[in-house]
Design a protein around this ligand. Structure first.
Ligand code: CP
Ligand code: NVA
Length: 312
């Protein structure tokens, strides 16, 4: 059965470790002569560039398609788009607001008996390829690399959003402790907490997610403090309400001082300086955002190599 990558917990903990290891390995030209579709129905700078360059690194050819030209569920159904792209490509990578579209595309591929993974390049539910890069960036801080992440603490400050969800799933799978601090309305719900807890339990490495009311409590002992925009794509109309609700959840110097002495900042970008993070922190010596950005390509290379080298 084809393995898709719609969320981090599509991988077991050991498979996640394999993908991260593959990211750092020489995978040769696994995609030589093969195509990868990169469909973007929302804006993207990092994800499109890192995906296309990862395909190039593996010797393949990426075809980038804007949402308007494909017209998912407008020009034709998501299922027909998936079955069409699968005739030309070894993987189909898609950024789309509605996560269910990805699920439908993956099902159409499975039902047709095709061996073409569908990869989530961000939906309103998750950003799993970002999480892989985040984990590689955090692993760079640990002497034991990925294995060294077990027991490490990270904090997520701000919206419990798509990026937070994927990172949390990945972190607990590697045995990390995640503390999330969001305004009450913007916290993970029971279903998310349950999903992360069961993934942590399956991994069996002692990872856990807890929520903290106060950002100051969340960052205590954290080696990485992570944040993201307060209004994600598609939530722009909620901007004023969100700016008010999140005003006490900015990552600034005073907050970072409460984390581990060597704590670093992670932010998937794009960033809004002065909102979720101060310019002083984002552009300062404790920021790892450019390493994180570079790791998008590293991570995508590992993921694609892992997916295409599996037997169907
Ligand atoms: N972090 C991230 O996914 O950036 P883009 O939206 O620019 O792809
Ligand atoms: N949470 C953000 C991430 C952008 C990369 C969004 O969904 O817009």
């Amino acid at each position: 059965m084809t393995r898709h990558f719609l969320e981090v917990d599509d991988l077991s903990a050991s498979e996640l470790a394999e993908v991260l290891a593959a990211s750092r390995a020489d995978n040769g030209r696994l995609l030589a002569g093969l195509g990868v579709a990169v469909v973007m129905t929302l804006p993207s700078t990092r994800t499109r560039n890192s995906t296309e360059m990862a395909v190039t690194d593996l010797g393949g050819h990426a075809v980038a398609l804007a949402g308007g030209e494909v017209g998912i569920d407008a020009r034709e159904t998501a299922e027909d788009v998936a079955r069409t792209l699968a005739q030309y490509h070894r993987a189909i990578c898609v950024r789309v607001t509605d996560h269910e579209v990805l699920v439908r595309m993956a099902k159409a591929i499975d039902d047709a008996g095709l061996d073409v993974p569908v990869v989530n390049l961000l939906s309103s539910m998750g950003h799993p390829v970002q999480a892989l890069a985040d984990l590689l960036t955090i692993a760079d801080l640990c002497p034991g690399r990925v294995e060294g992440l077990r027991g490490a603490r990270i904090a997520w400050i701000g919206d419990s959003n798509n990026v937070a969800r994927s990172l949390s799933l990945g972190a607990v799978a590697l045995g990390m402790h995640v503390t999330v601090s969001s305004p009450e309305r913007y916290r993970f719900g029971a279903a998310d907490l349950e999903r992360v807890a069961s993934h942590a339990q399956r991994a069996g490495l002692g990872g856990a997610l807890v929520q903290a009311d106060e950002p100051a409590a969340a960052v205590a002992g954290a080696l990485a403090v992570c944040t993201d925009v307060w209004a994600s794509m598609g939530q722009e109309h909620e901007r004023d309400a969100r700016m008010a609700a999140f005003s006490g959840f900015r990552v600034d110097t005073a907050l970072l001082e409460l984390a581990s002495p060597d704590a670093v900042l992670l932010h998937c970008l794009p960033a809004h300086r002065g909102e979720e993070v101060t310019a002083e922190i984002l552009d300062g010596p404790r920021s790892r955002v450019w390493q994180q950005t570079a790791h998008r390509r590293t991570a995508m290379r590992g993921l694609l190599a892992w997916l295409v080298s599996r037997a169907p």
